[in-house]
Design a protein around this ligand. Sequence first.
Ligand SMILES: [Zn+2]
Length: 285
Amino acid sequence: MPELPEVENIKIGLKPNVVGKRILDVKFSELVINSHLAARYALVKSKLKYFKENIIDKKILSLERRGKYLYFILDKGYMITHFGMTGAYFVVNSIDEIKNKNYNKHRHLIFKLDSGELLVYSDIRRFGELRFVDNIEEFKPFNNLAPEPFSEHALDHFMEKLDSKRYCMQKIKALLLEGSVFCGCGNIYACEILYQEKIHPEKLACELSHEEKVRLFKSLVKMLEFSIEQGGSTISDYVHSDGSEGNMQNFHKIYGKKVCPLGHTVENLIIKTRSSHYCPQCQKK
Ligand SMILES: [Zn+2]
């Protein structure tokens, strides 16, 4: 699943290829159309007619990221994308330029740009979400998100949440995945940072000292920054908008590993429905 560093890289790659261009048309795949007819609303969460009417003839003024969301700032309104597990954007002159067979096959939205290029949204597992909103303030998920981790108030916010009645008795691993506590961290980076900081994923927030919490936050921010520089992690199907892959997976120490760097057997716990890879020797309870 694209986490903050991966979405940031999608933004960096896509921005110079779309900003200043106008959307002339949008075509939906059969699958999207049929799912809307059956009221299942795959991928596009706005009504297709509404989405199309509001997207067509809009100029893309900028591209921004909030947490794991990417949004297009149009000359009127916003198009918001969440990539789910396997969403990706490509800017191409023709579909054949999408070399990855899976992405080529699972293309679901094709935006025609006034440059003659196509902006293609592909999604293999179809957990992604696209919607048009008039006003970014009316998009509720943004209101519940913690501040961006690189912003000034993010640390205070994180500490306040971990100390709060609501969260202090919860497992730290679950809290790292909670967007209202820390914004943009998913399963991979949560596993990695807990290994690096030698914290057992089932430790409760209140069992960590003040210093441990501060260090955990600062190290996680550093790891996300480093991952952005590395182009993010390509695990199964994450690729940049030019089809290239990230490099961060080469630095993973625990996620998806059988042994930790010290040779201990890695174990797996399910926390909040996600696999938590951890080392019971390095990360004591
Ligand atoms: Zn170990």
